[in-house]
Design a protein around this ligand. Structure first.
Ligand SMILES: [Zn+2]
Ligand SMILES: [Zn+2]
Length: 98
C-alpha cells in the first residue's frame, strides 16, 4: 500500500540521497529531483496533461475546478500558489539573515 505519507517520505528520502524521485534508481540531475530521462518524460506528460485540461476548460493544477476566463488555474489554486510563493520568499529572507 502506498499512502500519501509514504510517498512524501520516499520523496524526501530519495531527494536527500540525490536520487531520481520518479524512477528511484538513477542519479538525479544536480539541484533537481529527477534524472535527465525522467525529466524529459515528466515534461512530456505535463504538456499532454495541460493540453487535455485546457481542452476541457479545467484548472491547470487541480484539474477539477473551472478557472476564470483568461486564467489557467482556478481561484483556489491561485490562492495556494500565492501562499506557497509567500512562504518561499519568507524562507529565503530568513536564510539571508542567518
Ligand atoms: Zn529517473
Ligand atoms: Zn485548481
Amino acid at each position: 500500500m502506498s499512502t500519501k505519507e509514504d510517498q512524501r517520505e520516499a520523496y524526501y528520502w530519495l531527494k536527500a540521497r540525490g536520487l531520481c524521485t520518479m524512477c528511484r534508481c538513477a542519479k538525479a540531475e544536480p539541484g533537481k529531483t529527477k534524472c535527465a530521462a525522467c525529466r524529459v518524460k515528466y515534461n512530456a506528460w505535463q504538456i499532454t496533461r495541460r493540453e487535455r485540461l485546457k481542452a476541457k476548460g479545467l484548472c491547470d493544477r487541480c484539474g477539477r475546478e473551472i478557472p476564470e476566463p483568461g486564467r489557467a488555474i482556478c481561484q483556489k489554486c491561485s490562492a495556494v500558489a500565492a501562499e506557497s510563493m509567500r512562504r518561499r520568499r519568507a524562507m529565503k529572507e530568513t536564510e539571508v539573515r542567518t
